[in-house]
Write a protein that binds this ligand. Structure first.
Ligand SMILES: Nc1nc2c(ncn2[C@@H]2O[C@H](COP(=O)(O)OP(=O)(O)OP(=O)(O)O)[C@@H](O)[C@H]2O)c(=O)[nH]1
Ligand SMILES: [Mg+2]
Ligand SMILES: [Zn+2]
Length: 273
């Protein structure tokens, strides 16, 4: 057991031990306890995104991405899905701003990629109101946090569900197509009985200080299902022979975007000290 406490100053050696422990190749549950313990040292807390710290106060993540302004980023959706798997939260995905698409096939293709692996996907437009009723139904009875880039329309979606909220929103920069970080504070909205939604500032990236790169495979649910048929039982699905995930990728059953985001995650976990 790795004892940590914020009482007094930690020596360099103690800090090294804790970091080592968080990056170890085992003990996911114990590492999570450290991340969520009230007295996690400041130098660790700094690396824990707020949405991660919220995990034990919510049961659902609403992952929002948008089309065109800003363009869809499935890599970030996948990072939030890793968070949901890690913290055992229900995840739902909202692809917003479909009114900006001339042709819905791009949206449907991405929706299909996630539905196929069991995540519910809602196609919405906060501007036209399309899909808003269905999305609201999916929030009812849950405590949900909103996750996504700045400017994807998180606050606008809440306004579309409950216009009386009048949450401040701001247009996306016309040149960069990026949001302007309009929501700067965390705010909880009681949207219906037993239905709380937490509006959060947009996030550009999401890192995990307590996942060893060899554990990343555990948070891609379609890989977990396939892994029983890999030759090695700790197969990371990258360089190994007779790997069921790579074979499924070659057959088009694992989506290349998911596999690519997995490789990025593994790389970033190797580099993130
Ligand atoms: N065309 C279109 N524009 C939208 C839609 N939803 C939101 N917008 C616009 O996108 C811009 C950003 O919306 P916000 O709701 O502020 O985005 P946010 O995700 O809350 O952004 P942050 O608070 O910065 O994280 C605003 O100009 C909205 O009017 C949509 O479905 N369609
Ligand atoms: Mg906002
Ligand atoms: Zn494999």
């Amino acid at each position: 057991m790795c004892q940590i406490t914020s009482m007094g100053r930690l020596t360099k050696k103690q800090k090294r031990r804790i970091r080592h422990f968080l990056k170890a190749k085992a003990g996911i549950d114990q590492k999570k306890e450290i991340i969520h313990s009230g007295d996690v040292p400041k130098y660790i807390a700094r690396h824990i995104p707020f949405i991660r710290r919220l995990a034990r106060n919510i049961d659902q993540l609403l992952i929002v991405s948008s089309f065109v302004e800003p363009p869809i980023k499935t890599g970030l959706i996948d990072r939030f899905l890793v968070l949901a798997e890690l913290e055992q939260l229900k995840a739902i995905i909202c692809l917003n701003k479909i009114d900006l698409l001339e042709d819905l096939s791009e949206a449907q293709e991405i929706a299909e990629m996630y539905r196929k692996i069991g995540y519910p996907v809602y196609l919405t437009s906060a501007s036209s109101g399309e899909g808003i009723h269905e999305l609201f139904e999916a929030l009812k009875g849950h405590d949900t946090a909103l996750a996504g880039h700045s400017g994807v329309g998180k606050s606008s979606l809440l306004n579309a569900m409950a216009p009386e909220l009048k949450i401040h929103v701001n247009e996306v920069s016309p040149s960069t197509k990026k949001g302007r970080h309009t929501t700067t504070r965390v705010k909880v909205y009681e949207m219906a009985p037993a239905t709380r939604v937490i509006d959060l500032p947009g996030l550009k990236l999401l890192d995990f200080i307590d996942i060893h790169y060899a554990e990343a495979r555990l948070f891609y649910r379609e890989f977990v299902e396939l892994a029983d048929n890999c030759k090695f039982n700790d197969c990371q699905h990258i360089t190994e022979d007779q790997c069921a995930v790579k074979e499924a990728l070659a057959r088009g059953e694992v989506h290349p975007l998911r596999y690519e985001s997995y490789l990025n995650l593994v790389d970033s976990l190797k580099n993130f000290a």
